[in-house]
Design a binder for this molecule. Structure first.
Ligand code: ATP
Ligand code: MG
Length: 418
């Protein structure tokens, strides 16, 4: 049996970097007042179809949708924002205080063509803010993302930002776009010919080469913003400059989901080949209301966790493998009895202790201690047990000392913690 195409195992040898990223992210989010939320990975299909948009790639061809035994249409979540909105509305979180900040880490599912940096089950680190339309929150989120990536060692990244406008200015832009596409219709891919009628803005995000060419010189949303959207975008840019965040305005950036309004952004790297986006986000001021909640401005981003780890692996030859504090070499049945007891006790005290009960030779056990890169080795044999003195070897300095058996666990703990 093998994993399904596009799905993969993340093995213990690889996990240290994942944990490091998760811990850094949680610590940073918590200090900015974000709270973790955990929600199901399956929702009713309608939630995603309505929020992400019927004519997006995700809904048109990438969702894992199935009928359950009672005939309900269900979908493995392709992203987290819609589900978090659902939870926000379902639990009436807006009632006591609409201004809420969340973060979430977990798997998402999209049936795309698998390749490096693109999987059918992938992970995202997500942050969302509800109930506030201030441009400072847009900047806070971009700053957070920038800071996190910087702390993880990814320097020199620039955020591509754009403003997509709002329902007030969009009709004007849409008119300009349709005008522009008027005599280029035949050059668009089949999909986009349909979109021309149903959802022309989607064409801007089409990856097909022909469409990319047809769009050269297309009008930009930033040139059609209403005064409020323009002021909002100016404040975002100015406040990012103040904080020293590197960004560039990219007026071709529209993102693959229909619910975005105003600020949208993406962080790209050059080290991932075609899969260049490590993170993306945007404002979605209409979505909570469209899903049946009260009118609530909101904004968020998602980091592609798999891609981030792949970039970090390329940058960094450091291994984050945790080494044992101590390895117990036990020779003989009696020694094993002690080794078992001591290692259990030391481990519960937070001192990582490894041992081996396979009855191997001294030489083999020392080799194993070396391989695990243990800082200290405790060597226990019949001799040591009768003399009630155990040999402790510092693997770095090669220094050996003796330690009494009576109070061994506490003495060792003391020694290691100092
Ligand atoms: P792309 O343009 O690469 O398809 P996207 O715009 O579809 O990305 P979003 O929906 O914005 O991606 O999701 C946010 C992040 O999640 C992306 O920037 C990317 O790093 C990651 N991501 C998206 N799809 C996948 C996937 N199939 N496998 C791995 N990571 C992914
Ligand atoms: Mg995509």
């Amino acid at each position: 049996m093998q994993t399904i195409r596009g799905f993969r195992d993340i093995l213990p040898e690889q996990i240290a970097l994942w944990q490091k990223v998760e811990q850094e992210a949680a610590a940073l989010f918590e200090s900015f007042g974000y709270r973790e939320i955990r929600i199901p990975i399956i929702e009713k299909t309608a939630l995603f179809a309505r929020s992400i948009g019927e004519t997006t790639d995700i809904v048109e061809k990438e969702m894992y949708t199935f009928e359950d035994r009672k005939g309900d249409m269900l979908t493995l979540r392709p992203e987290a924002t819609a589900s978090i909105c659902r939870a926000y509305i379902q639990h009436k979180m807006y009632a006591a205080e609409p201004f809420r900040k969340f973060y979430l880490t977990g798997p998402m599912f999209r049936r795309e063509r698998p390749q490096k940096g693109r999987y059918r089950q992938f992970y995202q680190i997500d942050a969302e803010v509800f109930g506030i339309d201030s441009p400072y929150i847009d900047s806070e989120l971009i700053f957070l993302l920038h800071t996190l990536l910087h702390r993880l060692g990814l320097a020199g990244l620039s955020a591509h930002i754009n403003s997509l406008g709002c329902p007030d200015c969009r009709p004007d832009f849409q008119k300009a776009l349709l005008n522009f596409l008027g005599d280029r219709k035949d050059k668009l891919c089949e999909n986009c010919q349909r979109r021309l009628v149903k959802n022309p803005l989607r064409i801007l995000d089409c990856k097909a080469q022909t469409c990319r060419q047809a769009l050269e010189g297309a009008p930009a949303t930033v040139d059609h913003l209403c005064p409020d959207c323009r002021t909002h975008f100016e404040t975002v840019k100015n406040s990012l400059e103040k904080l020293g965040v590197d960004f560039m305005v990219d007026d071709t950036l529209v993102r693959g989901l229909d619910y975005y309004t105003r600020t949208a952004w993406e962080i790209q790297t050059t080290t991932l080949g075609a899969q260049s986006a490590v993170a993306g986000g945007g404002r979605y001021d209409r979505l909570v209301e469209e899903l049946g909640g009260p009118s609530t401005p909101a904004i968020g981003f998602a980091i592609g966790f798999d891609r981030l780890v792949e970039v970090l692996e390329q940058l960094d030859d450091q291994t984050y493998e945790k080494r044992p504090d101590i390895f117990i070499v036990s020779l003989g049945a009696d020694a094993q009895k002690y080794a078992f007891e001591w290692s259990c006790k030391l481990n519960t005290m937070g001192i990582r202790t490894d041992t081996d009960f396979r009855g191997k030779s001294m030489k083999a056990l020392m080799k194993r201690a070396n391989k695990l890169n243990a800082a200290l080795v405790l060597i226990v044999g019949d001799n040591e047990l009768t003399q009630k003195k155990i040999v402790l070897r510092n693997m770095e300095t090669k220094e050996q000392t003796e330690i009494g058996i009576e109070n061994l666990v506490n003495d060792l703990a003391q020694l290691i913690k100092n």
